[in-house]
Design a protein around this ligand. Structure first.
Ligand SMILES: C[S@@+](CC[C@H](N)C(=O)[O-])C[C@H]1O[C@@H](n2cnc3c(N)ncnc32)[C@H](O)[C@@H]1O
Length: 228
């Protein structure tokens, strides 16, 4: 498995966001997959709907424990996968998990910021076919910058896929308030601007809401993904 070791140093020296993510996930990473499956809804639907061909190259931005990358590798034989995360703690769990599943030859992990993501970070000189943001834009401070970087890193014929918290407007208001307070503890902020943008977006982007507007799924055209 290749990792961008030089980037590890850069991330930790330059900003507090990576350190904040490490702080959030230092202990949580051990129970992350078990606990998150009950509330990071829509990730398996996103994976099913990717309908990947075996030659495709797919990057997950904010890959956490590599849970999604491992599911994708098993569902789509032949696909090459890349995972970027700002947290060295999360990546250490991801590396261990990738190794345990014997997928080191198909999943490349790198430490770095979504806002600065390029194929070169993974040693590639060609663009990706897809970029995935499963529940990461709600934690990425400059989410527009992250979409812009992905738009440049993905082939114009490719797609950018997002699944993330919705505006919660269809939930019972006290439940929505409680959920927001819970998410704030983990520095998660539902990106309501994305939903508002997608509701009026051109057909090149596709968009679906889960019940209660709890979460949304979107598939974006990379050439204008950052305009939403
Ligand atoms: C809620 S977790 C989602 C993990 C994974 N995508 C999943 O579905 O299980 C968000 C992840 O985004 C990462 N992250 C947050 N800000 C980031 C940034 N600016 N650049 C890269 N990764 C970031 C966090 O470290 C964390 O691993």
């Amino acid at each position: 498995m290749a990792t961008a070791a030089h980037n590890s140093t850069a991330v930790h020296n330059e900003s507090g966001h990576a350190a904040l993510m490490d702080h959030v996930y230092r202990h949580q990473r051990h129970i992350y997959n078990l606990t998150r499956k009950y509330y990071l809804l829509g990730r398996d639907r996103m994976i099913r709907e990717l309908a990947l061909a075996s030659h495709e190259h797919v990057v997950e931005v904010g890959c956490g424990t590599a849970r999604n990358l491992i599911h994708i590798a098993k569902r789509y034989p032949g696909v090459r996968l890349y995972g970027l995360d700002a947290s060295a703690e999360m990546l250490s769990t991801a590396r261990e998990s990738v190794r345990r599943h014997g997928l080191e030859d198909r999943i490349v992990l790198a430490e770095g910021y979504a806002e600065e993501m390029t194929p070169a970070l993974f040693g590639r000189d060609a663009p990706f076919d897809r970029a995935l943001f499963p529940y990461s834009l709600s934690m990425i401070p400059d989410w527009r910058g992250a979409l812009k970087a992905a738009g440049q890193a993905v082939n114009p014929e490719g797609r950018i896929h997002i699944v993330d918290f919705g505006d919660l407007a269809g939930l019972w208001p006290p439940a929505a308030r409680l959920l927001r307070a819970w998410l704030r503890l983990f520095h998660v902020a539902p990106r309501e601007e994305i939903i508002r943008g997608l509701e009026v977006a051109p057909k090149a982007h596709q968009f679906a809401l889960l019940p209660g507007r709890y979460a949304f799924l979107a598939s974006l055209n990379p050439t204008n993904a950052c305009d939403i």
